[in-house]
Design a protein around this ligand. Structure first.
Ligand code: KIV
Ligand code: ZN
Length: 536
């Protein structure tokens, strides 16, 4: 094992700025933490298959480092990091570890099969966190910094060290910690704004301060990790970048603890669109952004708000006549980037009931889906049913339908049939339901205070559980009364929250699909470390 700790040695880490003609200093490393910090959003837990699917897309789109999980948190987390480490070849696979031997050893074990693996170890350095959370003196924390990085280096040359709550830490102490981490072998120093408290100028000053004051700072890359509590996650990351940070930690759709992390799509497109002002580049294929956004939204059940920058449904829509007129005359009048540059292809191909398998496959390709033969087969069958129910099948319909297939690919409980009796004639709404529970088809009837209540009561009869409904939300995928309904159901059981999704032209069918999907997610029991032990 090399003892040279000057930046990283692995092949994937040599990519940034190392190609002939590249100026190393203008390359920003993109570190995606959708599968780790993103998964810490309440309700966003993902199973192994889902994480693998997302990791494949992240690798394809050119993410430099994929933080795949927190191996000590559960056997499930360990397996996810380990399987992703086996599978991914072009990105570095990273696992998170606190500053304890058990965490670091478990993490080292999880990333062992990776072509390029990284251990990311962290400890809090702010007075508040050290006193109340860690109950440790600063000098004890400093010892832990050296010990943890040294231990991590026994597993890999590629070690990242984070000062949790770095933006609220004392500068003198922070400098000592950073210097110690680099001396012990950390090639990346990550400065988190853990609670999303920093302001852009202040955060940029912090990065400059570290560059000026830490004597060995030139031996490591500075990274930033900004939370979005004040809506400043992206602004802080970009300000830090201008001040000298060359790794940005972010998530797809800005998923993450509380108000989330800095959104990768916003960072990447800001750097690309305003390259005149910020002369930096990333290795991200921006045309894959929509595909990644849709997949993360489908898997987690966190829908993207319509006016969300870059990936929201309205991000490239022009409603006002004067805007439409301008865009038709010259797109640049109201568009600062093209829809195609983020993977939104304008297409004339609207499908209908006469469209064949070939047209359907072409459409899937155009929308950025790469499905296996069996998945295409299932999706095509559902598309035909949909085309029978509605005249024109738009891109949004196909997205909802395929996402629905992706989401329930591994469900053990499935909807077989549903009949609802309600309206003015049936004073007490009734649901007649059949579910397939692990290959065993069972049926029942139930009543309720409304059709949705009746259907959910029927599910409870067939599959008894204690989960409590926390959210029931319906939205129409397209305009018109024949639009598909996309339903999100959030269930909570023993402190675990999950989101389920379902789509169908029949709102009741979509509702049952969503509820059943959430139940399936609860079935994937993953014992986690107490959440308060897993910071930020
Ligand atoms: O927000 C934070 O401080 C974190 C660290 C673990 C990097 O997520
Ligand atoms: Zn975080």
């Amino acid at each position: 094992m090399s003892t040279d700790n000057s930046i990283q040695q692995s092949s994937a880490d040599e990519r940034p700025g190392d190609k002939p003609g590249d100026k190393p200093d203008d390359r920003v490393v993109i570190f995606d933490t959708t599968l780790r910090d993103g998964e810490q959003s309440p309700g966003a837990s993902m199973n192994l298959d889902e994480k693998i699917r997302i990791a494949e897309v992240l690798e394809d789109m050119g993410v430099d480092i994929i933080e795949a999980g927190f191996p000590i948190a559960s056997d499930g987390d360990f397996t996810c990091v380990n399987e992703i480490a086996k599978m991914v070849k072009d990105s570095t696979v990273c696992g998170l570890a606190r500053a304890t031997a058990a965490d670091i050893d478990r993490c080292g074990e999880a990333i062992r099969p990776a072509a390029s693996g990284r251990i990311h170890t962290f400890i809090a350095t702010s007075p508040l966190h050290m006193k109340y959370k860690l109950q440790m003196e600063p000098e004890e924390v400093l010892v832990k910094v050296t010990e943890s990085v040294t231990r991590a280096r026994q597993f890999t040359d590629n070690v990242e060290w984070s000062c949790e709550d770095g933006s609220r830490s004392d500068h003198d102490f922070l400098c000592r910690c950073v210097e110690a981490a680099i001396d012990a072998g950390a090639g990346t120093i990550n400065v988190p704004d853990t609670v999303g408290y920093a302001l852009p100028n202040e955060f940029a000053d912090l990065i400059r301060m570290l560059k000026n004051r830490v004597p060995n700072m030139d031996k490591a890359i500075i990274s930033v990790h900004c939370h979005n509590d004040l809506g400043l996650g992206v602004a802080n990351s970009l300000a830090a970048d201008e001040a000298g940070a060359r790794q940005i930690e972010c998530t797809i759709n800005g998923l993450g603890e509380r108000a989330g992390n800095a959104a990768m799509e916003e960072i990447v497109m800001a750097l690309k669109t305003r390259n005149d002002h910020m002369p930096f580049r990333t290795g991200i294929k921006t045309e894959d952004i929509m595909r990644a956004s849709r997949l993360v939204s489908a898997v987690t059940g966190f829908s993207v708000q319509p006016n969300k920058a870059i990936v929201g449904a309205n991000a490239f829509a022009h409603e006002a006549g004067i805007h439409q007129d301008g865009v038709l005359k010259h797109a640049g009048t109201y568009e600062i980037m093209t829809p195609e540059s983020v993977g939104l292809n304008k297409s004339n191909l609207v499908l209908g009931k006469h469209s064949g398998r070939h047209a359907f496959k072409e459409k899937l390709k155009e929308l950025g889906y790469d499905l296996g033969d069996n998945a295409i087969q299932d999706a095509f069958k559902r598309f035909k049913d949909l085309a029978d129910a509605k005249k024109d099948v738009f891109d949004e319909d196909i997205v909802a339908l395929v996402d629905d297939e992706v989401v329930r690919a591994n469900d053990t409980v499935r909807l077989v049939s549903l009949e609802i009796l309600c309206g003015t004639v049936h004073k007490t709404p009734k649901a007649v339901l059949e579910l397939d529970v692990d290959g065993d088809v069972k049926g029942c009837e139930a009543t309720g205070d409304g059709p949705v209540d009746a259907a959910f009561n029927a599910i409870k009869q067939l599959f008894p559980h204690n989960a409590r409904l926390q959210l029931y939300q319906v939205h129409a995928v397209t305009h018109g009364t024949d639009a598909q309904a996309e339903v999100t159901v959030r269930l909570e059981e023993d402190g675990r929250t999950v989101n389920g999704q379902g789509a169908d032209t029949d709102t009741m069918v979509a509702s049952v699909r969503a509820y059943v999907n959430a139940l399936n997610k609860l079935l994937v029991k993953r014992e986690k470390t107490a959440p308060d032990a897993i910071s930020a």
